[in-house]
Design a binder for this molecule. Structure first.
Ligand code: ADP
Length: 286
């Protein structure tokens, strides 16, 4: 199973990707996590990404693509993967298409997690993660449990909750703006490829997990009518007929032949209508 989870910051992609990956026995590949790990290690890639991440912008495409290419080449990704936080703009989506075509591993589905913007802000402000194992909690909606489950599997001690440096108010606003501008267009991109499913990602975690599983079991949403109709039309129309269609403004600019059209129309106009021509002939006969 090769899946992409799309959604705004705070939509729960990370949590749902983690659950889906565990259940399906495939890796969760999160560019956010990979970048945070590079920042923590202080690698050159991490140093380059750090400032951009803290400002809420997108890290350079070439850098992220290099990272993804390497990660997808690892043996565990052969069984499938859940991509979380990637692709994040059209350049990355097109590059992923190319990379997966090369690997002969096309995507099976893309799921968009829809959440109201006010709810996104509430979720992000309550988000905390364990500094040791990385598990994500929310002090408002899903606080760390008490008892044995409160123990970090990495250290054996209670989870050490920290807030991500980019989860502050100013950065969150910028991340949401960047999402609307750069990432939302991917919905149409994947819809036109017949891969998109959209789910309501509000409500309890388990309810969303269930909706996600149902969406993956169901066939993809229909392609948008216009794209489907265009595809049908291009299959039906022989090239000659299509060529005779009135040129669009752009085609008129492109094709020098169509520059003749206005001259032909002017000649016709000078000659007048068929009725006018008939009357003129009658006049000359008299
Ligand atoms: P969220 O989805 O909550 O914003 P992520 O962990 O996915 O969190 O990403 C955190 C930050 O990492 C982003 O704001 C961005 O700066 C950077 N980042 C993550 N994935 C990408 C990507 N595919 N392309 C560019 N930047 C990315």
């Amino acid at each position: 199973m090769r899946i992409v989870l799309l959604g705004a910051p705070g939509s729960g992609k990370g949590t749902q990707a983690h659950r889906l990956a565990e259940r399906s026995g495939i890796p969760q590949i999160s560019t956010g996590d990979l970048l945070r790990a590079a920042v923590a290690r202080g690698t050159p890639l991490g140093l380059e990404a750090k400032a951009v991440m803290e400002s809420g912008g997108l890290v350079d495409d070439a850098l992220v693509l290099g990272m993804i290419r390497e990660r997808l080449a690892e043996p565990d990704a052969r069984a499938g993967f859940v991509l979380d936080g990637f692709p994040r703009n059209l350049v990355q989506a097109a590059a992923l298409d190319g990379l997966l075509a090369e690997l002969r591993q096309p995507l099976d589905a893309v799921v968009q997690l829809e959440v109201d913007p006010a709810e996104l802000v509430r979720r992000i402000s309550g988000r905390r993660s364990c500094a040791d194992c990385g598990r994500v909690f929310n002090v408002l909606t899903s606080p760390p449990p008490s008892g044995a489950a409160a123990i970090c599997p990495k250290t054996g001690a209670p989870h050490r909750l920290i807030q991500r440096p980019d989860d502050n108010e100013a950065t969150v606003a910028e991340r949401l703006r960047v999402y609307e501008e750069k990432t939302r267009p991917l919905i149409a991109f994947y819809q036109s490829r017949g891969l998109l499913r959209v789910i309501d990602a509000e409500g309890g975690l388990d309810a969303v997990t269930q909706r996600l599983a149902q969406a993956l079991a169901a066939p993809a949403a229909a392609r948008p009518r216009r794209a489907a109709a265009r595809k049908r039309a291009s299959r039906r129309k022989p090239a000659r007929t299509a060529g005779r269609r009135r040129p669009t403004a752009r085609a008129a600019k492109r094709r020098p032949a169509s520059r003749k059209a206005p001259a032909r129309a002017a000649r016709k106009k000078r000659a007048g209508s068929p009725r006018a021509r008939k009357a003129a002939r009658r006049r000359t006969r008299r």
